[in-house]
Design a protein around this ligand. Sequence first.
Ligand SMILES: Cc1cc2nc3c(=O)[nH]c(=O)nc-3n(C[C@H](O)[C@H](O)[C@H](O)COP(=O)(O)OP(=O)(O)OC[C@H]3O[C@@H](n4cnc5c(N)ncnc54)[C@H](O)[C@@H]3O)c2cc1C
Length: 507
Amino acid sequence: MNESYWISSSKHNNFKNLKMNIETNTVVVGGGIVGLTCAYLLAKGGVEVTLVDADKIGHGGSGRNTGKITSQHEIIYSKIDKKYGIENAKLYYEANDKALDLIEEIIINNNINCNFERTSSYIFTENENYLEDLKDEYEVCEKIGIDCDYHENLDLPLDIKGAISFKNQAQFNPKKYLDSLVKICAKSGVKVYENTPIVDFEKGKICKLTTKDNKKIQATNVVIASHVPWYDGLNFYFAKQKSDRSYLLGAVLDKDILPGMFLGVEESGVTFRVHDDEGSKLLIIGGGDHKVGQCKNEGEIYEKLKKYATQKFGVTNFKYQWSAQDYMSFDNVPYIGHINKNIENIYVATGFSKWGMSNGTASAMLISDLLIKNNSKYKELFNPSRKGSYLSGDFIKENINVGINYISGKLKIGSDEFPINKGEGKKVNIEGRRYGAYRHYNDKLYIVDISCTHLGCELNFNSAEKTWDCPCHASRFDYEGNILEGPAIKPLNKYGKEKNHIDIKLV
Ligand SMILES: Cc1cc2nc3c(=O)[nH]c(=O)nc-3n(C[C@H](O)[C@H](O)[C@H](O)COP(=O)(O)OP(=O)(O)OC[C@H]3O[C@@H](n4cnc5c(N)ncnc54)[C@H](O)[C@@H]3O)c2cc1C
């Protein structure tokens, strides 16, 4: 399996799974940047916190990204200005800038060694058609008062037509940061449990959560920090954001390039930065975005990306390759706050549009303020119940796409033949019912029911990761049916067992 450089190169702390029923003031579900920063801030504010993660700490999106911490989020300020006005664009910048400062403060105060370094961040275009958008963005950034510059060219082996830089941004090793943050949380009294997936939930004044091992957690407050919420609170997160899967490589670089972090603003633009891998330079470069579960040949994307990296930067030694996904709202602003305006004690943070290091830290600041002080100046901008997030053409387009994928999935019956080649997966028809069959490298055949346990879409095989991915709402399962990413919280049933169930009460 492809693994991220950050996870491959970090030492992991092990925390036990939850083995008894517990009562706690606040349960944080998810040990990524949102969950850990939230637990850290809440514990600092005197709140009793328990944090559970389905897997290992930092093994979700937070351990699989590019490690940029910046308030430069592609072209965004001109879009927020257009939709919500300049004051809100300013607030968005301020929240993310403060998040960057908080990360730095935590690192300095706790002496964390995670390769944190301040550097400039750049967005650029190689295509003249994007110049107008770039210039509009620069104008709004200047109006906000961001320390930024416009460049006609950059000293990079690319045909740059225009670029904007933000000064004094940062990059780090996100997994090393989280590994230290969890230790700090545990020291300050947060109870941490790994390998403890939440599989059932009942809301109430006291919420009741059930783990996979059937242990019960009773909590006054619940923070859903699971990247995408598995309980929807009737706020339709699955319909209010779309998913994007992208690919990253870590390649040995034997020359210097312009210091900084770079992102092309074109559709599926390339992202890159250099990381100091114990004295040698590693070029982290990515791209190849597509909707989760809607790619015919994921393996080809890695090959295209490698070819591009070799052509532009002369790299040939690719030591790491991995992929990851994130969720985008339709108004470019994440959903952070009460899961629903009528539910006071359940909080959510999602829809970071691939900027969860700063947006995720800002989420933790906002949620901990709501929970402790009952207010935050950023509450309205990020309000998950705001109407602007779904009153858009993109919302309609996206949900038509979901409908088409739902129906077309049901129309495909599946092959009468099982996969022959090792590593091959395909949909098969067994006695008139559709299953997903995968032939492992050990020649064993794994067969699972591939109707997604979230809302019933038919899953597609991901040939690069050997997983079953949902083309509708982005849940992912391994070939044995175990959950890799939500919103689903029930695994797939194996062939011979009953059909998969959809737990509609969670939606
Ligand atoms: C290719 C790519 C590059 C990116 N690069 C950057 C970047 O350079 N800078 C940046 O700011 N952002 C970047 N991002 C985005 C960023 O990685 C994410 O937005 C961020 O990591 C999300 O953090 P999180 O804490 O919400 O989720 P996660 O880190 O995914 O944490 C969620 C945790 O919840 C757990 N969980 C899920 N369901 C359950 C359950 N039922 N019970 C218990 N636990 C559960 C999971 O196991 C997981 O550990 C990138 C994204 C992609 C796809």
